[in-house]
Design a protein around this ligand. Structure first.
Ligand SMILES: NC(=O)c1ccc[n+]([C@@H]2O[C@H](COP(=O)([O-])OP(=O)(O)OC[C@H]3O[C@@H](n4cnc5c(N)ncnc54)[C@H](O)[C@@H]3O)[C@@H](O)[C@H]2O)c1
Ligand SMILES: [Zn+2]
Length: 353
């Protein structure tokens, strides 16, 4: 598999997708920073599984390695843990020539990424995403953040890594539910841009390395054209307007992100079908593939429960919003809609859910 190169305003960086790539960490790290200290940020699930491989690889390449471990889970994307990372960096003497390595899922990528963006106003960062969601989504694009007591991802920075190392073999230790969670995003990439990917996922005849490459290619293409999330990047939000609303009104506890997005993608396809803009039968196809990964396709929440959360989505512009629709699988576009118009259509299609 050839390495991918992401071109961003913040610089180009290499994305290595390969079985066994974890053992290449030291070699890659040597090429992206001049210092010889590395601090690996990870969580208490991931470090015991993969910490040793990463640490040894860095040490063989001549790095002095320290680590900063936080408990697994969203609660670690906090001010508290950010402060803890700064303490670890300080203790290890991490300076601007040195390196921070984020080894873990999206929580670690976001937390360590924000810490790297802000420690000494920015030190080199290598992302080693270990969940499917982090590999196909959160490790690419440069968004980093922590949560605040009044909302998710409220303090953050756009900060590109120097390299991303993706080893498909680390996904073998994920639970079925964690795999399904990431699979919802994979299906989303198929639906917005990549019919071939969608068909492979439908037929279940795919090679994981190939799937990762296709998803990453779509994400870097979309993001490189729109690094600050204003236009084309919104296509990545397919299923997310409703998905985010569902997550919000259930206090991020009833559904995983992927599950909420799965429900949102079905609803978005139904909206498109109702408007005559999405090929008839598309929602049925989407339901079938989501169900084959045990992802939910509907919710018992009432539309009135989630409408206020849709209306307050931070991506709205006044009384309008951009809703992502698909013409057919692989072809997404932005449809500017009045909130009231979307509400009316959702009322028509919600009871089918
Ligand atoms: N920055 C972005 O663009 C972006 C995009 C999407 C999501 N996110 C963020 O990502 C986070 C969710 O990421 P996530 O779903 O990866 O969650 P996560 O990081 O909490 O990982 C899920 C669980 O899997 C465990 N785990 C990770 N890798 C493992 C492995 N290889 N084997 C066994 N267990 C493993 C973790 O310890 C954790 O318990 C959220 O905070 C979300 O806001 C960010
Ligand atoms: Zn998502």
């Amino acid at each position: 598999m050839p390495d991918l190169l992401a071109n961003t305003a913040g610089g180009d960086y290499q994305i290595l997708i390969r079985k066994g790539a974890l053992a290449k960490t030291g070699e890659i790290a040597s090429g992206v920073c001049t210092g010889r200290r590395a601090c690996v940020v990870s969580d208490e699930n991931v470090w015991p599984l993969y910490g040793n491989t990463v640490q040894t690889s860095l040490e063989v390449a001549g790095f002095t390695v320290s680590n900063a471990l936080v408990p697994a889970g969203e609660a670690s994307k906090s001010m508290d843990k950010l402060m803890y990372l700064y303490e670890c960096f300080n203790q290890a003497g991490i300076n601007r020539a040195d390196l921070i390595v984020a080894l873990g899922g999206g929580v670690i990528g976001d937390l360590a990424g924000f810490a790297a963006a802000t420690w000494l106003r920015g030190v080199p960062l290598v992302q080693i995403p270990t969940t499917l969601l982090a590999q196909v989504d959160s490790s690419i694009g440069g968004k980093t953040a922590i949560d605040l007591p009044f909302g998710k991802n409220l303090a953050g920075a756009f900060y590109q890594p120097q390299a991303v190392i993706m080893d498909p073999s680390v996904l073998l230790s994920l639970s079925r539910g964690q795999m399904a969670d990431g699979m919802a995003e994979v299906i989303k990439y198929g639906l917005i841009r990549d019919d071939n990917l969608f068909e492979q996922i439908e037929s279940k005849a795919y090679d994981l390395e190939w799937v990762l490459e296709r998803c990453v290619r779509t994400k870097i293409t979309v993001v490189s054209r729109d690094e600050r999330d204003t236009g084309e990047r919104m296509l990545l939000n397919f299923g997310h307007t409703i998905g985010h609303a569902i997550e919000k009104v259930t206090a991020f506890s009833r559904y995983t992100h992927g599950e909420a997005v799965a429900i949102g993608m079905v609803a978005a396809a139904r909206v498109g079908e109702f408007l005559g803009e999405t090929a008839p039968g598309t929602s049925k196809r989407i339901i079938k593939v989501l169900e084959s990964y045990q992802l939910p396709v509907a919710t018992d929440l009432s539309l009135d429960d989630i409408l206020p959360a849709i209306a307050s989505d931070k991506k709205n512009v006044g009384s309008r919003l951009y809703f992502v629709l698909i013409k057919e699988t692989g072809q997404a576009y932005l449809k500017p809609m009045k909130k009231s118009e979307l509400t009316d259509v959702l009322r028509e299609v919600w009871q089918d859910a």
